[in-house]
Every structure is written in C-alpha cells, then in structure tokens.
Write a protein of this length. Structure first.
Length: 154
C-alpha cells in the first residue's frame, strides 16, 4: 500500500522529499521505489524474495494450524466458543504435537488473511434467556441512587 502511495503521489507531481515526509520514509527510499517502478512496472509493487532462514514449520503443520483455527472449538469438544492465541497454541501442542509460539501462529494466520475479531462480551438476555428471571427486583438497587423507585421493566 505504501509503495502504491509513493507511485501515485509521484505521478501527481510530488517531489521525492515531499513524498518521503508524507509517508514517513527517507527520501532515498522513495527515489529507489520510483526508479524500481519505472524499470519494472506494477511488479515493482510486490515484495521481492528475501534471503534468510528457511521456514521452520513444514507446510503440513502450517495447514494444520490454519485448519484448526478455522474450526469452531466446540466442534472439537472444547468448552469454549472462540479461539484465542493461547488456547490455539495449547491445543496444537497438546493434541497435535505442534509446539509453536503464539506469535508465530499469529504470523501464519495473518499471512493467510485471517484476523482475530475483537472479543465482545454480552450481558443480559442475549447470553442467558433466564437473565430477567434471575435478576429479581432491580428497582431496589436503584432506589438509593435515584431517590425514588425507578421502573426498569419497560
């Protein structure tokens, strides 16, 4: 996305130093990106292969991580409704024999385009159909605060 912004701003006539200030990069980096785009076209927007340590986990284990993450925990007989990285790491280690750090699990899932949803907690009838019955008379709780009897029934 940043590379595309650099090229777009350059095509609109922006100087390398102005673009660098706008996107938070060094001017030389911006000039390098523009030169690469001029030489390679749209392929310049893609990441090049980087040297470094080969993947630690074989593709089969990576596929297992993704498959388990896409499976509802309750379908596996687990007592919770959603995965967390800690739960997923523990399950993979205990049940599948894959000892993997939660940060690596997160990297694998993000690479596949999977993102964690923000955890939401709900109170009331949405979670517990008997919520209203269990609560008893809530008006008494608010009497001291309101100075009068507040009607919460409707």
């Amino acid at each position: 996305m940043q590379r595309a912004q650099i090229i777009w701003r350059a095509s609109c006539g922006g100087s390398a130093s102005a673009i660098a200030a706008r996107v938070g990069l060094d001017g030389e980096t911006v000039r390098k990106r523009i030169r690469r785009f001029n030489a390679e076209g749209l392929d310049a927007l893609k990441d090049r292969h980087r040297s470094g340590r080969p993947p630690t986990y074989p593709p089969e284990q990576t596929a297992t991580v993704i498959g388990i993450a896409l499976t509802k925990p309750q379908a596996l007989g687990l007592p919770f409704a959603a995965w967390t990285l800690d739960r997923l790491a523990a399950y993979l280690h205990e049940q599948k024999g894959i000892a993997m750090q939660r940060s690596r699990i997160d990297e694998i899932l993000l690479h596949e385009g999977l993102r964690w949803r923000k955890h939401e907690t709900w109170f009331g009838e949405r979670v517990d159909p008997a919520f209203a019955e269990k609560g008893g008379d809530r008006n008494a709780l608010y009497q001291a605060t309101c100075g009068q009897l507040c009607d919460l029934s409707g």
